[in-house]
Design a protein around this ligand. Structure first.
Ligand SMILES: Cc1cc2nc3c(=O)[nH]c(=O)nc-3n(C[C@H](O)[C@H](O)[C@H](O)COP(=O)(O)OP(=O)(O)OC[C@H]3O[C@@H](n4cnc5c(N)ncnc54)[C@H](O)[C@@H]3O)c2cc1C
Length: 448
């Protein structure tokens, strides 16, 4: 990079990456729990993709039964600390709280869940569940993200031997490698991984299926297989200059940030991020917190078309991010290093059959933004090549096709869940998929 942003002091980095939602004290947790109306129809529970019995776990906080509360949470969700800290609660449980309808502050469900799970992880971690006797069957799980972890935990309790094969050296999937550190630190993700290992799940890291070991070998070794491989690398922009030094993939950048050695992460003085999804917002906010002086989001559609949530948009605005809506990159400028990005303005036309508005380039609207770094955040490619020729497995629009009730693929022995079947949602969806797929696997193997 030609112009690297000045490094900050350790104190400044720690302040910039401090948690957005700090923990509750015991007194404030009990007081908050006592505000819960224990609604007869629990809209919060319905809004949670894992259907945690929210009002019950909250009631147990109010009666000082924290172990019982933890049990209620884990029963539905095997990665509850990550979800407590990183779920878009405004869109899910807290957004559905009846207090919102009354125009009042919703119950802080995320922070209450965090209070319970942190209390549990900081305790002797008494066994919360009875594990069924070993049934002599084994399941291979590919990927240790939330879907793989949830599937493994559930199957282990049901008496299966579970082995997770993970390509990375450090397990946890995007919980460990992707979620912004001001929401979730790596140590939190690894606590959940340890907990699941303590349930008897084996995790073999540094093993890439389709490379280190073939998918066929995994299928031969186990009675059933769960595929929870998430998505792959960032999608290419396909504009000239993409190969210049200073053009990076969002996930590569985020991975470096997640190492939490902020001083080692080089960021440009002026940074352009392409795309306006939640990943783009994470990247601009992270770049700003690392010391970038000016950060831009370049997005070819309008504000209403952004897939980023409103609260993420507000966060970026509070970090003084400049948004260029209806703008598209045409060329990245520079000889060896990025020196600028040439953009063109867009006029949006009619909506097509997918509901997306047509993109029309405004003639002679080119302009140049001088930048030192371009971060690509326009989506992720699919990473399931090793499944291409597997009998019965169907891949549509890059997503592995599964039965919506059992998560079984067209190959009876193979199940799948998480981002690789939904194209990229949230941790809580992956956690749910993994659990339900485990139940599908159990049913299938019972009948075998
Ligand atoms: C930058 C970013 C930020 C996000 N922030 C949030 C957030 O704040 N809140 C939220 O709820 N969601 C967030 N998400 C979404 C969330 O992280 C995902 O929906 C979730 O992690 C999907 O879980 P998964 O188990 O399907 O896949 P992943 O978490 O991607 O895990 C897949 C695992 O499979 C491994 N793997 C892949 N291929 C192979 C192979 N061939 N062999 C062995 N292992 C393999 C990978 O190394 C990885 O560990 C974010 C996503 C991104 C990209």
């Amino acid at each position: 990079m030609k112009n690297i942003a000045n490094k900050l002091s350790n104190e400044e980095y720690e302040k910039n990456f401090a948690e957005l939602r700090p923990p509750l004290t015991k007194n404030s947790a009990v007081a908050e729990a006592n505000r819960c109306l224990y609604c007869y129809d629990s809209p919060c529970m319905k809004a949670c993709p894992t259907h945690i019995d929210v009002s019950t776990f909250i009631k147990k906080i109010a009666t000082d039964n924290l172990l019982g509360s933890a049990r209620t949470i884990f029963k539905s969700n095997w990665v509850p600390l990550t979800c407590a800290k990183a779920c878009p609660v405004e869109e899910l449980c807290e957004g559905a709280c009846v207090y919102v309808e009354k125009g009042e502050k919703p119950i802080e469900i995320g922070r209450l869940q965090r209070f319970v799970i942190e209390d549990y992880f900081n305790s002797d971690m008494l066994q919360l569940f009875t594990q069924e006797n070993k049934n002599g069957k084994s399941v291979g799980v590919i990927g240790s993200g939330p879907s793989g972890l949830a599937c493994g935990a559930e199957l282990s309790l049901l008496g299966y031997d579970v082995k997770i094969y993970e390509a990375n050296e450090i397990p946890g999937g995007l919980n460990t490698w992707g979620i912004a550190p001001y929401k979730l630190r790596r140590a939190d993700s690894l606590k959940e991984v340890e907990y699941i290992k303590n349930l008897g799940v084996e995790i073999s890291t540094g093993v890439r299926v389709g490379d280190t070991i073939s998918f066929e070998e995994i299928c031969n070794k186990h009675d059933a297989v769960f595929v929870g491989i998430g998505l792959g690398d960032a999608t290419r922009l396909k504009v000239p200059g993409e190969e210049l030094t200073g053009v990076v993939d969002a996930l590569d950048f985020i991975e470096k940030v997640k190492n939490e050695k902020w001083v080692d992460v080089n960021v440009g003085k002026r940074v352009a991020v392409i795309g306006a999804g939640n990943t783009s917002i994470d990247v601009v906010t992270e770049a700003k917190r690392l010391g970038a002086e000016q950060v831009y989001i370049i997005y070819r559609r309008g504000i209403d078309d952004m897939s980023a949530y409103d609260f993420e948009y507000e966060l970026a605005k509070s970090d003084e991010v400049i948004f260029h809506f209806k703008t598209m990159p045409k060329k990245i400028i520079g000889e060896k290093f990025v020196e600028g990005i040439e953009c063109v303005k867009i006029e949006l036309g009619e909506r097509n059959e997918k509901g997306k508005r047509e993109i029309n380039v405004v003639p002679n609207s080119e302009f140049i933004l001088p930048v030192d770094m371009v971060i690509k955040a326009v989506g992720q490619n699919i990473n399931n090549n090793f499944l291409n020729d597997v009998e019965g497995i169907k891949i549509e629009n890059g997503k592995v096709v599964v039965d919506t009730e059992t998560y079984q693929t067209g190959n009876n022995k193979v199940f799948a869940g998480g981002d690789c079947i939904n194209g990229g949602k949230e941790v809580v969806n992956a956690a749910y998929d993994g659990k339900i797929a485990a139940q599908g696997i159990d049913k299938y193997l019972e009948n075998e």
